[in-house]
Design a protein around this ligand. Structure first.
Ligand code: NAD
Length: 481
């Protein structure tokens, strides 16, 4: 079995604990690699290395253009390694190779985009209301950034954070999910080949309550950039307040996918299916609430159930597979628990609702694509994030009711609107409480377009030019002339 090492100060490193834990393949349920069980002492070493690289070390010695060029070089190295890293991610999180390889092939774009931004970070000259002074601002990097990521898209979510953080001039310590650490440990080795100085990028693996918490508490970490569950985000935000850390939080969702009767219903059907069943529902932007206008409700549900029932489950490496396994045993148990919760709240099970037992599912953690009908906002299945292949179908009469239902959750990450009425598209996108609204499409993301949550779905924005702001602070300089 492959045994990995962490990466601290430019060197592969075992953990101070001398312990490893196993990471398993969700398709087989079998462990395939050993990951170092990091400790607070390892965090201290990694933060120390990142701090030295940042303060008086090699990173600030480089010009912003030189830092940008390193990011461009990294993009080239990453492009070469994309397929190999995608295979590792599939082995760790069970998502389809087709999806992971497309995701990782697109990933160099983040390093090119933010590499290009590195030398365009500028201060300003301030026109004062006082005579005898010259006042200008400098944009300065925050310092050491801790990047804490979940298991569903390990390297993509890491890139969203690390590319702007490095472009801003920060140094980083990566802490991947304990369920999917392998690709991050491979990725971090690429920085050396791209020419990054030692200590600029470090990786410590282990459990959230140990390594994650130690990063959040560490005095020399200036910023926590986190993606994960809202409950973890809340804990991190509270703990980070003790040392006044900057915090960026990308959390969960319960996103509405709203189909009006005037929509192209074939497109809407495909959007509804991929919105929830892509990645086995394990995406923060899953369109887990399908809102259907009454006049098309029954026919749409019939087609939806028929189509979802044909989804091919099986080996995620097989290009013919459409739905892979659930990534972790706790997640599998969570999905299972919501079946009873939904039923006892009065939702009507229309499809699935149980573990998949087809021979092509082998010994993996597979769950059947599941659809509940007659769901109302008061039910837990309409309010809580399942993070699995479970769709709640709800009915509405008109725009006002669609908006009321769509916004009646504590989350606000994404929303889909399917309509052929351009006026309605504008009205809905204005009034939906979500960080991203997709009209006649779903799940599109780009390094150039801001991404983040309203309400309990998070704080701050990733992607787009403004993402770099999360890693900068402003100094105002007064000169007595
Ligand atoms: P999680 O919150 O359990 O874990 C995320 C990371 O936080 C892991 O690396 C974990 O080790 C670490 N962690 C756990 N406890 C910690 C603590 N006390 N201090 C510091 N770090 C700690 O989330 P998960 O189960 O890995 O991922 C699923 C969740 O992520 C879902 O809620 C999903 O919606 C969310 N998510 C959000 C986005 C987004 O961009 N908004 C994207 C993907 C996933």
């Amino acid at each position: 079995m492959r045994r990995y090492q962490m990466f601290i100060d430019g060197e592969p490193s075992d953990s101070a604990s001398g312990e490893w834990f196993e990471t398993a393949n969700p398709y087989t349920g079998e462990p395939w690699a050993q990951i170092p069980r990091g400790t607070a002492a390892d965090v201290d070493r990694a933060v120390g290395a990142a701090r030295r690289a940042f303060a008086g070390g090699p990173w600030p010695e480089l010009t912003a253009s030189e830092r940008g060029h390193l990011l461009l070089r990294l993009a080239d190295v990453l492009a070469r390694e994309a397929s190999r890293l995608a295979e590792i991610e599939v082995r760790d999180n069970g998502k389809l190779y087709a999806e992971m390889s497309a995701q990782l092939k697109y990933l160099p774009a983040w390093f090119r985009y933010f590499g290009g931004l590195a030398d365009k970070i500028q201060g300003a000259v301030i026109p004062l209301d006082k005579k005898g002074y010259f006042n200008f601002t400098r944009r300065e990097p925050l310092g050491v950034v801790a990047v804490i990521t979940p298991w569903n898209s390990p390297l993509m979510l890491t890139a969203w954070k690390i590319a702007p953080a490095l472009a801003a001039g920060c140094t980083v310590v990566l802490k991947p999910s304990e369920f999917t650490s392998a690709s991050t440990l491979e990725f971090v080795r690429l920085f050396e080949e791209a020419g990054f100085p030692k200590g600029v990028v470090n990786a410590v693996t282990g459990f959230g309550a140990e390594v994650g918490a130690a990063l959040v508490e560490h005095r020399d970490v200036a910023c926590i950039s986190f993606t994960g569950a809202d409950s973890t985000g809340r804990r991190i935000n509270e703990a980070a307040a003790a040392t006044f850390k900057h915090v960026s939080l990308e959390l969960g969702g319960k996103s509405p996918n709203i189909v009006f009767a005037d929509a192209n219903l074939d497109d809407a059907l495909n959007g509804a299916i991929s919105g929830i069943f892509a990645a086995t529902g394990q995406t923060c932007i899953a369109g887990s609430r399908l809102l259907l206008q009454s006049s098309i409700h029954d026919e749409f549900v019939e087609r939806l159930v028929k189509l979802a029932a044909t989804a091919r489950m099986g080996n995620p490496m097989d290009p013919a597979t459409e739905v892979g396994p659930v990534t972790t045993p706790p997640q599998y148990e969570k999905v299972l628990s919501y079946i009873d919760i939904a039923k006892s709240d009065g939702a009507r099970l229309l499809l699935g609702g149980k573990p998949a037992s087809k021979p092509e599912c082998g010994t993996g953690w597979f769950f059947e694509p599941t659809i509940f009908g007659d769901v109302t906002s008061s039910m837990r299945i309409a309010q809580e994030e399942v993070f699995g292949p479970v769709l709640s179908v709800m009915r509405f009469e008109d725009e006002e009711e669609a908006l009321r239902i769509a916004n009646d959750v504590r989350f606000g990450l994404g929303a889909g609107v399917w309509t052929s009425d351009i006026g309605r598209a504008f009205r809905m996108s204005e009034r939906l409480q979500a960080g991203t609204v997709w009209v006649n499409t779903y799940r599109a993301v780009s390094c150039m377009s801001p991404f983040g949550g309203y309400k309990d779905s998070g704080l701050g924005r990733e992607n787009g030019m403004a993402a770099i702001e999360a890693y900068l602070q402003t100094k105002s300089v007064w000169i007595n002339t």
